[in-house]
Design a binder for this molecule. Structure first.
Ligand code: SRM
Ligand code: SF4
Length: 581
């Protein structure tokens, strides 16, 4: 590797940048005053600057939004608690880790576990005093939340299905190596949460990130065709495994994807990643490191809304980026290798792996693991974990695979599945199987509309509508988010609903069925009745005029109902040319 570039900012430069850069600058490698904030008994919150820094430690400060008004009236401070996101590269965890997370959720959290769209665990409702015990309990089973959030490379995703090919393990190992390689090196996490020894922060080095870390969050994924369940085009950096003659030949590299946008701000928009070339497996870490460093050096640190890597690429151009990458690597990526994706959803039910072991992909509604009065899902999974001799795999669609079940254990797992009515997805409607919703209210501070709590009832109505049109067996992807940040990647679903205000959503249409093309906005700020009315008309048109095997998203684009080539304006209703329904 020929690159030896380092990155630093002077005090004067920092002053001209967005305020988060100042917080990082004086944080002594992400320590800030977190320890003092934890010790402060007067409030359930942490100091304002620390709310930014704790993200690098995998934590977000939140308050229960259902209680906000009532507490305000009673002149009480908001009901502060924290969300903690555990880092689980490729979504793989052992039964012991599952049991620990289950215990922690019940002891310190809100009695639920949330499987995320990036294959991680989230715990909600942890009060300040319980943060350290939570981290320490996680450490006992080798789990942590380092870099699960913050302006660094986050949890590295990987296709979780162990049955697909013999090289899956090899590809997963690369995902785990990328995750390790790009972890920040600061000891702050160990010091603050795990009683680690204090180090001289002046001597601490961050060889990849520097003391200012990245301008913004950064996300890396590894996809294994034909499945695009990680949604490779949604992320800053991606590696598409190229498997030739049963062997891992290398990876196509993707850069510059991202979902987040803000309503009404046309400088912000989702972007699908570009595929920029091929590298051999041994070159992956060098590519990942240099891509991250280019973003470190050129990402926009003045305007935080423009700081994602997708804007660096869009502003400077993909050719500039490729040249910069080649220069830093000292060698060139090879031409893209052919690959084909067929789906970005999960495959439910029992599948026997190439190794003779069994895998059960469960349907977990919006990733929420909880015990319901009439349905003890969390208890059921706990019982499975107690006897399971394989591992668990969180899927990028918020589901769970009980993976690598031995032939001897299969009957026992089957019995538990039946006893606790774990949902194997076989009796779930097609639209539900292809759906996802972000967390949103009541915990998400940025939510504008319901998502996780509303999606199940909305899907009941979609099921009836699809049945009326005889479309119940048609796989259509549908995703909902409570705001335009795009946490459930709605812009890559054939039907995307993006929260605009209470009960109101922007309707996005025309995305590719396997996540290869972004949808664009079709209707703005509409409620349930109008959404169903619009879809009713479009489904009728689809049934009457579709070509054989044509997917809904492809039909919408072919008929010109939305524009086939999305420009930044196409994501903002005000500017988009409308076709009449
Ligand atoms: Fe996200 C912020 C939840 C995946 C784009 N996301 C948030 C926060 C932390 C709200 C906040 O900043 O205060 C949400 C916490 C809600 C809660 O109460 O739990 C939140 N994001 C989630 C999760 C849990 C959604 C889910 O239902 O599973 C996902 C956790 C992933 C993980 O394990 O790391 C989650 N977020 C995503 C994704 C999808 C992905 O990465 O595949 C995206 C779109 C991809 C992207 O990054 O472009 C995403 N989240 C955002 C953004 C917009 C970023 C942007 O570029 O504009 C924000 C807001 C921000 O960063 O300022 C955000
Ligand atoms: Fe919250 Fe918006 Fe993300 Fe949903 S999409 S979890 S509402 S930030």
């Amino acid at each position: 590797m020929s690159d030896t570039k380092t990155f630093s900012l002077t005090k004067e430069q920092v002053q001209s940048l967005n305020p988060v850069e100042g917080i990082k600058d004086k944080s002594q490698h992400l320590r800030g005053s977190i320890a003092q904030s934890l010790a402060n008994p007067v409030t359930g919150a942490v100091a304002a600057d620390d709310t930014q820094l704790i993200k690098f430690h995998g934590i977000y400060q939140q308050d229960d939004r259902d209680l906000r008004n009532e507490r305000r009236k009673q002149k009480l401070e908001p009901a502060y608690s924290f969300m903690l996101r555990a880092r689980v590269p490729g979504g793989i965890c052992s039964p012991a880790q599952w049991l620990a997370m289950d215990r922690i959720a019940n002891e310190f959290g809100n009695d639920t576990l949330r499987l995320t769209t990036r294959q991680a665990f989230q715990l909600h409702g942890i009060i300040k005093n319980n943060l350290r015990p939570t981290m320490q309990s996680m450490k006992q089973v080798m789990l942590d939340s380092i870099a699960a959030c913050g302006d660094v490379n986050r949890n590295v995703m990987c296709n979780p299905n162990p049955v697909e090919s013999k090289v899956h393990k090899e590809v997963y190992d690369w995902a785990a190596r990328i995750s390790e390689h790009l972890l920040p090196k600061t000891q702050a996490y160990y010091e603050i949460w795990l009683n680690g020894d204090k180090v001289d922060t002046n001597q601490e080095k961050e060889p990849i990130y520097s003391k200012h870390y990245l301008p913004r969050k950064f996300k890396t994924v590894v996809a294994i065709p034909p499945y695009n369940d990680v949604d490779v085009f949604a992320h800053d950096l991606g590696f598409i495994a190229i498997i030739q003659n049963g062997r891992l030949a290398g990876f196509n590299v993707t850069v510059g994807g991202g979902m987040g946008m803000s309503h009404g701000d046309t400088e912000t928009y989702p972007r699908a990643a570009d595929v920029i070339g091929f590298c051999f497996p041994q070159q992956v870490l060098a590519v990942a490191e240099q891509v991250v460093k280019i973003q470190r050096d050129f990402g926009n640190r003045e305007v935080r809304k423009q700081a994602r890597f997708k804007y660096t690429i869009a502003t400077r151009g993909i050719d500039w980026f490729k040249q910069e990458l080649n220069d830093r690597l000292g060698w060139k990526l090879l031409p893209n290798q052919p690959y084909e994706f067929i789906s970005n959803s999960d495959r439910y039910g029992w599948i026997k792996g190439y190794d003779g072991r069994w895998n059960l992909n469960l349907y977990i509604e919006n990733g929420r693991i909880a015990d319901h009065p009439d349905w003890p899902l969390m208890s059921g999974l706990r019982e499975v974990a107690k006897i399971h001799d394989g591992d668990f795999r969180i899927t990028p669609n918020q589901n769970l695979i009980i993976a690598g079940i031995s032939e001897q254990n299969k009957a026992q797992v089957e019995a538990l599945v039946e006893q606790y009515r774990l949902n194997t997805g076989e009796e779930v409607s097609n639209i539900r199987r292809h759906g996802m919703a972000c967390v949103s209210l009541p915990t998400c501070t940025l939510a504008m509309a319901e998502s996780e709590r509303y999606m199940p009832t909305f899907l009941d109505k979609m099921e009836s509508l699809l049945q009326q049109h005889g479309l119940e067996s048609q796989p259509i992807t549908i995703r909902m988010t409570g705001c335009p940040n795009g946490c459930a990647r709605p812009y890559l679903a054939e039907i995307g609903l993006v929260g605009k205000g209470p009960g109101k959503y922007n309707l996005f249409l025309g995305a590719g069925h396997h996540g290869e093309r972004l949808g664009v906005v079709y209707r703005d700020n509409i409620g349930e009745q109008e959404i169903l009315r619009v879809l009713d008309q479009l489904f009728a048109q689809y049934v009457a005029q579709r070509e054989s095997d044509e997917k809904f998203g492809d039909f919408i684009v072919r008929k010109g109902i939305v524009s086939p080539t999305a420009t930044p304006q196409d994501f903002h209703f005000e500017l988009q040319h409308q076709a009449a329904v």
